[in-house]
Design a protein around this ligand. Sequence first.
Ligand code: SF4
Ligand code: SF4
Length: 156
Amino acid sequence: MSDPIDRDGLAPRYWERKPLAKMSQREWEALCDGCGKCCLNKLEDEDSGTVALTRIACRLLDDSTCRCAHYENRHQFVPDCIVLKPDNLDTHAYWMPATCAYRLLWEGKPLYDWHPLISGTAQSVHDAGVSVQGWTLSEFDVPEDDWEEHVIEEPV
Ligand code: SF4
Ligand code: SF4
């Protein structure tokens, strides 16, 4: 499967030397490993603040590629899709997947060897079993009242 993210020509291991806030847009986008887990719907307990992940995916997620079907103009269809930036990571890190490169770097942790920036191929994310490939259900097909029946453990 080809990698839709342009990772060519980036400095080797730039994420280990450059703070998130100093990255170019291209460097920032290249951090996304394409796992698709942030596009799963979550259930948040307002009292405890705990977040449960479900297998119910956003309507725009293509779970064969684990990519957004309309990334550039996604807000026309999903107005509340988050635009992650260095200055809002603080707000969002708590619900982001444990293996997400943005969260890992924000926590001062290294990227995994299966990250495309290290492995050189987007396929390694699927081979490592950390993507949502092939096991999601669309939010079109499952009423929101039933999402609780589809809570899952994050694949890590
Ligand atoms: S969880 Fe992080 S690494 Fe995975 S698709 Fe979302 S932004 Fe990219
Ligand atoms: S709109 Fe696209 S990027 Fe946003 S949650 Fe849905 S599939 Fe993911």
